[in-house]
Design a binder for this molecule. Structure first.
Ligand code: KG4
Ligand code: ZN
Length: 336
């Protein structure tokens, strides 16, 4: 495979992701995670995140270039996340990438983080192409996107309160499972009975929208009541029941969109798509309906530099360039 050599940089939140793509081939992809630095606060602290990106970015860019076996002067373009995200974190990657592109005299491309998630399946699945329905679920976002074409997106539904990952994180914190909560609940659910506790599945009357705040209240109320009378079920059962309630609505609403649009490809992105039960249920449902499931590997679901470079490849091919005077946009929105 060949194509332009693109350096992708992702620093929208608490992961420093850097990757080198040659066309659609991932030559290298490295990640600097700050989880430990935020864990003691129970969530991401913006100031801590920005400082950690400052320390990580230069060594990670060197590492990504070295692992790809190339020199910076071999690069054809540099792609960086422009938004949405934390302004301090975004600015570190953006300024670094822009300065490097300027000094190397190569193209500079600002990329929407969510568009990056939409392009990630392309790196793992040859047959992934629009039209497709993509479930994007992370710590900050839960939305169902109808990808009508490359660059042509419609947000069919989104969360009206907490994002799915945020629900995992808040509930894990309540249960004392630490941060980030998604992987903790995923691990704790091993061998648990998902029907042991019954939690609400909200917004059944709105086919593509999500709401997770009622679930949170219900879990807290039920667990507090059970604690008072000494009948709290074993942790695996509690975790599996919570996970099932979140996964149920994500799967149901994704396939509502598949049905409504007649899409034959369904994909996903964002950290929550790393969830084992969600992946299993999406695969079962896709199989049952005879549609192609194109959820990328877990490391391409969570934030990474390769997805940013993959979206940038499309922009490069269609002649889109980012003006040098452009800056980060923490409130960037993918599609109305
Ligand atoms: O996409 P991502 O890496 O960063 C954001 O843009 O937010 O997503 C992080 C979110 C966190 O809320 C984390 O708890 C959740 O994804 N997550 C998971 C799993 N792994 C990460 N949620 C459920 N199950 C998992 N295995
Ligand atoms: Zn993300």
């Amino acid at each position: 495979m060949s194509g332009p050599l693109i350096l992708g940089i992702e620093t929208s939140c608490d992961e420093t992701g850097v990757a080198v793509l040659e066309g659609l081939e991932v030559r290298s992809s490295v990640l600097g995670t700050q989880t430990d630095e935020h864990a003691r606060f129970g969530g991401v602290v913006p100031e801590v995140a920005a400082r950690a990106h400052v320390e990580a970015i230069r060594p990670l860019v060197h590492l990504a270039l070295a692992r790809a076996g190339i020199h910076s002067r071999d690069l054809d373009a540099i792609a960086v996340t422009e938004g949405p995200g934390l302004v301090g974190s975004l600015s570190v990657g953006y300024s670094f990438g822009k300065a490097l592109a300027w000094s190397l005299d190569v193209a500079f491309l600002g990329v929407d983080h969510m568009e990056g998630h939409l392009f990630a399946p392309r790196l793992d699945h040859d047959r992934f192409e629009p039209p497709a329905i993509v479930l994007l679920a992370s710590g900050g976002h839960s939305q169902i996107v109808h990808m009508r074409g490359w660059g042509d997106y419609e947000t069919m539904g989104s969360t009206i309160d907490d994002a799915a990952g945020e629900a995992f994180d808040k509930l894990a914190r309540f249960m004392g499972l630490g941060y980030p909560g998604g992987p903790a609940i995923d691990a704790a659910s091993e061998g648990g009975d998902p029907e042991r506790m019954s939690f609400p599945r909200a917004l059944r009357d709105r086919p593509y929208d999500f709401s997770f705040s009622g679930l949170k209240t219900s879990v807290i109320t039920q667990l507090e009541k059970a604690k008072a009378v000494g009948t709290v079920p074993p942790l695996p059962d509690v975790a599996a029941s919570i996970q099932e309630a979140i996964v149920d609505v994500l799967v149901e609403k994704t396939f509502n969109a598949v049905e409504a649009t007649g899409a034959e490809i369904v994909a996903g992105g964002g950290g929550v798509l790393a969830n084992r039960r969600l992946r299993e249920r999406l695969a079962e449902e896709a199989d049952r309906r005879g549609v192609l499931l194109a959820v990328p590997s877990k490391s391409l679901c969570t934030d990474n530099g390769a997805m940013i470079a993959a979206a940038a490849l499309h922009h490069l091919e269609t002649g889109m360039a980012t003006p040098w005077n452009r800056d980060v946009d923490p409130g960037l929105r993918l599609a109305p």
